[in-house]
Structures are given as structure tokens and as C-alpha cells.
Unconditional design. Structure first.
Length: 132
């Protein structure tokens, strides 16, 4: 089935690219709704799914948190701040072929992986240092 490039899909794609902050679906919806109050959450969610499936944006599954959407589709690593929950790109070489080193006794066919580090972002670290 051929997916049409609708105005709504373009709005979602443009918003993910504009935000460049690994936004959640709700954050993307809220940003679009500022100028297009008639758009529904379902429309935003559906278009995020379609854009992800088409490889135009990337979905990051965040353990214990909402999925995030990334405008950068190439393989790269991320870090999530344990205080504020924001997600950042890491400036490091991506470790390709890591799945080839897995010893699997369960019969999985591995299709990829995401590496997500944890830490405290500079802004949260600074805010903690300023507390009495």
C-alpha cells in the first residue's frame, strides 16, 4: 500500500525536525496544536508511526518512559538524564555489528539495537550544585 504524503504528515515531520529534542508524541502534538488546534492526537500518533515505518524519523523506546522521536535516522547512541528525563545524542562512534557477538540460546533473529546511556545533564548538575 502506498502511503500518501498528507499535510498532516508534513506537519508532524516538520515538527520533529524543528524540535530536534527527542520529543515525545505528546510534546509533538502540543507543538502542532499551537498553530493547528483542530489536529487530533490520533492523527499525530498515526503519522509518527507511518514516518517511523518509512524510515523518515526514528522512534526511541525509553525504558520506564514515553517513546521519543528523533530527526536523525542514522545509527547513533543516546544518553538520558536521570533527573529531568531529557534525551541527548552522544558524540561517539557507533558500535556496529554488536549483535553478531550475542550468544543466543532462544532462537532470536536480531534486527538491531539502540544504546541508551544514563547520566545527569549539565543543567541538572548545575541546579543540584546551587541548592543549599
Amino acid at each position: 500500500m502506498i502511503k500518501r504524503h498528507t499535510i498532516q504528515r508534513a506537519l508532524v515531520f516538520d515538527t520533529v525536525n524543528k524540535l530536534q529534542c527527542h520529543a515525545t508524541a505528546d510534546e509533538i502534538y502540543e507543538e502542532i496544536a499551537k498553530e493547528h488546534p483542530n489536529i487530533s492526537r490520533a492523527t499525530v500518533y498515526r503519522n509518527l508511526k507511518q514516518l517511523t515505518e518509512a524510515g523518515e524519523i526514528r522512534r526511541l523506546e525509553i525504558p520506564g518512559g514515553a517513546d521519543r522521536f528523533d530527526h536523525r535516522c542514522h545509527d547513533h547512541c543516546h544518553v538520558r538524564c536521570e533527573k529531568c528525563g531529557r534525551v541527548f545524542d552522544l558524540d561517539m562512534a557507533y558500535i556496529s555489528g554488536l549483535e553478531q557477538n550475542i550468544r543466543d540460546a532462544h532462537g532470536f533473529e536480531f534486527t538491531g539495537y539502540d544504546i541508551l546511556f544514563r547520566g545527569i545533564c549539565p543543567e541538572c548538575k548545575r541546579a543540584s550544585a546551587e541548592l543549599p
